[in-house]
Design a protein around this ligand. Structure first.
Ligand SMILES: Nc1nc2c(c(=O)[nH]1)N[C@H]1C(S)=C(S)[C@@H](COP(=O)(O)O)O[C@H]1N2
Ligand SMILES: [Mo]
Length: 220
């Protein structure tokens, strides 16, 4: 007999999950409570702190490459010139770091993740994304979080090229999750059918990291 709490993994279920995923392309998935801008437990800062693993890998725009591979139909391998020739997006969003600082109104420019998805064509069974950075850092995201509204591969901040310390030439920005999901010095994007927790996710941090739900640590 089928167990009600565990939906059968049939074609209809998978199709409906896919519809839900595609709907979230438009809306983003994390909802901010009405009238509230600062997530619980956060404080506002005007400067922009730098957080890393103690290494700043020197990567020039000339030498930078983006490798997109895994459960996709169209693998992508771009130079910076090819990457910046794609349709450009400008998004303004807030940063929420799990160490409790938040910074409002960051102006980003780059490639919307929705455009990257249109280019690389994830297969139907692709569910997760792992970002690989040139300092050895990794972080994982559900595909719908990676695809969320206002998420982008940023090359500029406040109209200037992203500085080395903040992850230039290119970093991910996923504004609706804690900032550790926003990988700096982005080198490769891997699409997976099964989840693969990243650097902080295997070190006690939450697998998803929604600041509005205070998903700071695993178990929150
Ligand atoms: N490649 C890489 N990306 C990273 C990190 C890192 O150590 N390496 N740290 C993460 C963490 S914990 C935070 S809070 C933000 C910090 O970004 P910032 O230095 O631009 O403020 O980058 C995230 N992305
Ligand atoms: Mo962080």
């Amino acid at each position: 007999m089928a167990n009600d709490s565990e939906p059968p993994d049939n074609k209809l279920t998978r199709t409906k999950e896919k519809w839900a995923r595609e709907g979230r392309f438009l809306t983003g998935r994390v909802t901010r409570p009405e009238g509230q801008r600062l997530p619980p437990g956060q404080h506002l800062t005007k400067d922009w702190p730098v957080l890393d693993l103690g290494v700043v890998p020197p990567v020039s725009r000339e030498r930078w490459r983006l490798d997109v591979y895994g459960a996709i139909d169209n693998p992508v391998f771009w130079t910076f010139a090819e990457f910046s020739a794609q349709k450009q997006a400008q998004f303004t969003s807030d940063i929420h770091c799990v160490t409790t600082w938040s910074r409002y109104d960051n102006e980003w420019e780059g490639l919307a993740t929705s455009e990257l998805l249109a280019a690389c064509q994830p297969r139907d069974d692709a569910r997760f994304v792992v970002l690989h950075s040139s300092d050895g850092y990794t972080t994982n995201l559900a595909l719908e979080d990676f695809a969320a509204e206002d998420a982008l591969l940023a090359h500029s901040w406040s109209g200037q090229p992203l500085t080395e310390e903040h992850g230039g030439p290119v970093r991910l920005v996923v504004p609706y999750l804690y900032f550790w999901k926003s990988a700096k010095w982005l080198q490769a994007i891997e699409f997976l059918t099964d989840d693969a927790p990243g650097f902080w996710e295997v070190r006690g941090y939450h697998n998803r990291g929604d600041p509005w739900a205070e998903q700071r640590y695993s178990g929150d």
